[in-house]
Ligand binder design. Structure first.
Ligand code: ADP
Ligand code: MG
Length: 304
């Protein structure tokens, strides 16, 4: 099997949707968009950096590549429309790898009604690299940006945090449904998905919203996967990253109601802190406040 046979195989397998005028097979796909504001997000995943192919296996890698993009659509409160994928495949075991990647993607693509409408297939003597782009439409509250939090707003998170390396980072469910459901119960002011760790990502919300935040140590929901080691469970929850939960800023009256009603089926909403006018990120531990570095994982750039 070579490139074109593989593309034929993919083309026969994938499901379409009524938004897709032209899918795989022409030079461009054609999509009917319901809203002129198209959400566009892309993420590249590289063997040895974002996953270890030999450990994770190609299905989980394919699934994750789509899931991280769907998580970005969720963080804007959007609904996925379609995906395109570019792959650089290593020259050995290429066919099986390419097929398994697609199988990993397709289950999630169907679950979230996000058809694969195109891509690019390459081989080389390097490790697996894949890049996915997902297009989406805004949800009922319009696109929810990082920049809308106001002093006094409550900071909520979905689910539990930390310990993602134990497996969640590969197998998580992007919070697309939850973000849409949430908009039936309130108007979120700002939202982000937790990819860099709570401290880092709340730092991004604060930067874009020009405000600060204070987190309540006791309130932070720590995932059962967190192992006690040199770092405390709380530090894991603040810094591990790849939780792919949502951090949400809501007005206090909305927060109050959401805490009471818990409107998201099977997913708990927890108030973990508050936004405030004073800049900076703080942690309150039983009344004692200390400054938190608003830092998560960052890919290093080198000079030479
Ligand atoms: P072109 O050379 O015009 O870019 P290609 O031969 O790269 O065309 O691709 C042919 C068709 O197959 C296009 O519709 C493209 O989007 C699709 N395609 C290529 N690779 C993939 C892939 N890995 N997954 C899904 N669609 C793909
Ligand atoms: Mg091409």
């Amino acid at each position: 099997m070579a490139e074109f046979e593989y593309i034929r195989w993919v083309r026969e397998r994938v499901r379409s949707s009524d938004r897709v005028r032209v899918g795989i097979g022409d030079d461009c796909a054609i999509l009917d968009v319901p809203d002129p504001r198209v959400l566009v997000t892309t993420d590249m995943l590289m063997d040895g950096v974002h996953f270890v192919l030999a450990d994770a296996g190609p299905r989980r890698v394919g699934r994750k590549a789509l899931a991280v993009n769907l998580s970005d659509i969720a963080s804007m409160g959007g609904r996925p429309l379609a995906a395109v994928v570019s792959v650089a495949l290593p020259r050995r075991g290429t066919q099986q790898l390419a097929e398994e990647l697609l199988r990993g993607m397709e289950t999630l693509a169907e679950e979230f009604a996000c058809p694969l409408i195109g891509g690019d297939t390459n081989t080389w003597n390097g490790p697996l690299v894949l890049s996915l782009t997902v297009l989406g439409e805004p949800g009922p509250c319009g696109p929810i940006l990082r920049s809308g939090a106001k002093p006094g707003d409550w900071l909520l998170v979905t689910g539990s945090l930390g310990g993602s390396l134990a497996g969640k980072h590969l197998d998580f469910t992007p919070r697309v449904r939850e973000a849409l459901e949430l908009q039936k119960h309130c108007t979120p002011r700002a939202m982000i998905d937790l990819s860099d760790g709570l401290a880092g990502d709340v730092g991004h919300l604060c930067d874009e919203s020009h405000c600060g935040a204070i987190l309540a140590a006791d309130a932070i929901p720590i995932d059962a996967a967190v192992q006690a080691d040199r770092q405390t469970p709380l530090e894991h929850a603040l810094r591990d990253g790849e939780d792919f939960e949502l951090a949400i800023a809501v007005a206090p009256e909305d927060g109050n109601r959401l805490m009471r009603e818990q409107p998201l089926p099977g997913v708990r909403l927890t108030r973990v802190g508050d936004f405030r006018a004073e800049l900076g990120l703080w942690l309150d531990e039983g009344g004692k406040r200390r400054r938190l570095e608003p830092r998560g994982y960052e890919h290093p750039f080198e000079e030479t």
